[in-house]
Unconditional design. Structure first.
Length: 22
């Protein structure tokens, strides 16, 4: 289990979500 990787993925998802304005 890589918690750090999970957090990075979550942060990336947030950044991508900001780019995709629905």
């Amino acid at each position: 289990m890589n918690i750090v990787k999970d957090i990075q993925i979550h942060e990336n998802a947030h950044l991508h979500a900001e780019h995709f304005d629905v």
